[in-house]
Design a protein around this ligand. Structure first.
Ligand code: NAD
Length: 449
């Protein structure tokens, strides 16, 4: 068990305890939520292109399914560990309850540096993972989706493999698929769009003008690119973005469509991962070059640590967990943090940020757009009837805006931070579901109706 891994799950549970203070919750409901319902560990043998065999380790965790089948992404990353997957599954239980969709929480992961694999090795690994977990997942039990370093194409392979095993085409087993294979319109940008709708709600509350708001975005993958694109189109000043190799800063605001276009150039047709960083030179493609093309056309090169500590109004961590910790929380200058990544702020850092009056829009609300449109995809797959993109956007906006207002109002009513309010809001729904099956209070021999 890695230290980081064990802390991340314990950290997740801490949020449950702080929310429990504000909810009339049964002790046994809390006890149930402290443990995942089931954990599966698998070994996936993959024949590599050079003929050798490599065995990869993977996990699938179902945290709680009281409100519906478990739902959650599959992550391909070298740092995946069981505690991380448990924490991510726990967050999914609360995220689905925050937005009121009928799912519980699940998550999966494979320990792999997937960028080092060829496309065929990646396909074999993706299909191999499904081969090992096929009895654990299903449209009525557990429904995976993309997460870090997995995407629509990988979901398509996985759906196809599951359908081959079941000898039945089963699109509803997985979401985030290519549109052509039963994916939903509006799923690709749903996570970034959900965060954008949260920011539009904040805009109403705070009464600011978009052009006055300076934003830094850490992580320029699916979620980070879309939230940047939507905010930039509204006039927000995105002054910094970064990815795992490095970042860009421009005080006047970056040309986000151009940065996205350059990043996308790293893809050749049908590639799964881009080879380009936002910090690569647009002229020579070199990683280290600091020529006038960076300075004038794009911006100054910065590292990820610098990005987090920039003098901006809003910080959007959209990469990995544990990015803002007790070590750097005191150096954060943004007044608002919108957590697009899962778990980017640790609980120790939360306390420091609260003292500094930083408003944190928590991950279980800010990135819930992804699972909400995944729910729409599952509904469409089961109905065999597909909606227009405008329907998806409208339904997503209605859900995110409604839940944002409820949580923001609750935060003010119970005088707490927004994360505790979001957990309280979700715990109320989970508690009602678990309690409706009866708890010890109901089953006690002395109970009277
Ligand atoms: P992605 O793989 O498309 O992109 C991740 C990005 O983060 C890449 O640009 C990568 O280079 C960058 N990155 C990795 N390590 C970094 C570091 N240390 N510093 C800066 N950048 C770094 O992944 P994604 O789907 O955009 O997911 C990003 C985050 O959002 C994850 O925490 C994920 O769990 C969360 N999330 C994603 C979705 C979704 O639908 N995609 C839904 C909910 C939550």
């Amino acid at each position: 068990m890695s230290d980081q891994g064990s802390n991340i799950f314990l950290d997740a549970i801490k949020r449950l305890d702080s929310a429990a203070k504000h909810v009339d919750v049964d002790a046994e409901v809390l006890e149930r939520l402290r443990y995942p319902k089931s954990i599966l560990q698998v070994s996936i043998p993959v024949r590599m292109d050079d003929g050798s065999l490599k065995v990869f380790q993977g996990y699938r965790v179902r945290h709680d399914d009281t409100r519906g089948p478990t739902k959650g992404g599959i992550r391909f990353h070298p740092d995946v560990c069981i505690e991380e997957v448990q924490a991510l599954a726990f967050w999914m239980t609360f995220k689905c309850a925050v937005v009121g969709i009928p799912f519980g929480g699940g998550k999966g992961g494979v320990i792999v540096d997937s960028k080092q694999l060829s496309r065929m090795e990646l396909e074999r690994l993706s299909r191999g993972f499904i081969g090992q977990v096929a009895d654990f997942i299903g449209p009525e039990t557990d429904i995976p989706a993309p997460d870090l370093y997995t995407n629509a194409m990988i979901m398509g392979w996985m759906m196809n493999e599951y359908s081959n095993i079941r000898r039945q085409r089963t699109p509803a087993v997985i979401t985030g698929k290519p549109i052509e294979l039963g994916g939903s319109l509006g799923r690709a940008d749903a996570t970034g769009r959900g965060a954008y709708y949260c920011i539009k709600q904040l805009e109403k509350v705070k009464g600011w003008l978009p052009q006055d708001v300076r934003v830094a975005v850490q992580g320029f993958g699916n979620a980070g690119q879309h939230v940047s694109r939507l905010l930039h189109a509204d006039g927000y000043r995105i002054v910094a973005v970064s990815d795992s190799k490095g970042g860009l800063y421009k005080k006047a605001g970056l040309d986000i469509p151009r940065v996205i276009e350059l990043k996308q150039q790293g893809y050749s047709i049908r590639d799964v991962y881009t080879t380009r960083s936002v910090s690569d030179c647009p002229k020579c493609g070199c990683e280290k070059c600091k020529c006038e093309h960076h300075q004038d056309v794009l911006g100054e090169i910065i590292d990820n640590k610098t990005l987090l500590e920039l003098d901006v109004d809003m910080l959007i961590p959209a990469a990995m967990e544990n990015q803002i910790t007790a070590d750097n929380a005191g150096k954060i200058r943004a007044g608002i943090i919108v957590e697009v990544a899962n778990g980017p702020v640790t609980s120790d850092a939360d306390q420091i940020l609260t003292q500094q009056d930083v408003l944190v829009v928590p991950d279980i609300l800010a990135n819930a757009g992804g699972v909400t449109v995944s729910y729409f995809e599952w509904v469409q797959n089961r109905a065999g009837y597909y909606w227009d993109e405008s329907d998806i956007h409208e339904k997503l906006q209605r859900i995110i805006s409604r839940e944002f207002s409820a949580i923001y109002g609750l935060m003010n009513n119970i005088q707490t931070d927004m994360r505790t309010a979001a957990y309280t809001h979700a715990l109320n729904r989970i508690n009602d579901a678990i309690r409706s099956q009866g708890t010890s209070l109901y089953f006690s021999p002395t109970h009277k109706d």
